[in-house]
Design a protein around this ligand. Structure first.
Ligand SMILES: [Zn+2]
Ligand SMILES: [Zn+2]
Length: 246
């Protein structure tokens, strides 16, 4: 059954690619890639990282600064690029709202490059930010899971890092954070929204928490807290970019 589904998916992709050849969304070159190698190369990566909580103090790899540190919270967040870059915002839009699954590849490459350039600690486990099943049905895929898979396969050549699946889950259906303007309401919207199903997978692990875009960061912080409470040793986040909430 699974094989048949995969086969049908392949046929469908083949037909779509033949009828509508893909061109680079930046330079429009027909190259059958969503971002061609030369446009991908040109995307500037974030050189400086800041504390993800106050967003004021510069820290070497995006670690949380001393005064923002507290128990059970995220240890740091690597922001790979700027949302102000047109290529980034367009690619993310195609990914999230036009359901172009394959954009996970160039976006994953950006994440990989940034991760390696900051020389982050290799994680024991990669955990994607979960989608509620209602949103998953609507989009058809979890964009964070695809990015997490890309990192799991490519962070250490020849050795895959385990990517967690359906362990950190979203218990409640929450409003999309973008729709809530007030910071406090955003935090409340996220409270107790997540749970860990299998603590054993999490316990004592250094975790890389993957999301596509962060706004206030409250989703990431809440997930990090849930993972820490389940016994995670360290939780470091990675996102493509951070979008200002207003
Ligand atoms: Zn191009
Ligand atoms: Zn801080």
């Amino acid at each position: 059954m699974k094989k048949l589904l995969q086969y049908r998916q392949k046929v469908r992709t083949f037909i779509l690619d033949t009828l509508f050849p893909i061109s680079c969304l930046v330079c429009q070159t027909q190259i059958n890639r969503w971002i061609c190698p030369s446009c991908l190369e040109k995307i500037p990566l974030q050189k400086e990282q800041v504390c993800p909580i106050c967003e004021r103090i510069i820290t070497p790899k995006g670690e949380v600064c001393f005064s923002c540190r507290k128990k059970n919270s995220i240890d740091g967040l690597l922001v790979c690029a700027s949302y102000k870059e047109k290529t980034i915002s367009r690619a993310v839009h195609y990914f999230k709202y036009r359901f172009v699954e394959k954009i996970s590849i160039p976006l994953g490459k950006i994440m990989l490059k940034s991760f390696l350039s900051f020389n982050l600690l290799l994680p024991d486990l990669i955990v994607p930010i979960p989608l509620h099943c209602r949103r998953l049905r609507w989009r058809g895929f979890n964009q964070s899971q695809l990015l997490a898979n890309y990192l799991g396969e490519n962070l250490t050549p020849g050795f895959e890092i385990v990517v967690s699946k359906n362990n950190l889950i979203r218990k409640r259906y929450t409003l999309p954070q973008m729709k809530i303007k007030n910071f406090k309401e955003r935090q409340e919207n996220m409270q107790n929204a997540f749970a860990v199903l299998r603590k054993k997978e999490i316990q004592g692990k250094n975790i890389l928490l993957v999301d596509d875009i962060a706004t206030t960061g409250s989703t990431l912080f809440e997930c990090a807290q849930t993972l820490k409470k389940a016994g995670a040793k360290k939780v470091f986040g990675i996102v493509i970019a951070r979008q200002k909430s207003n």
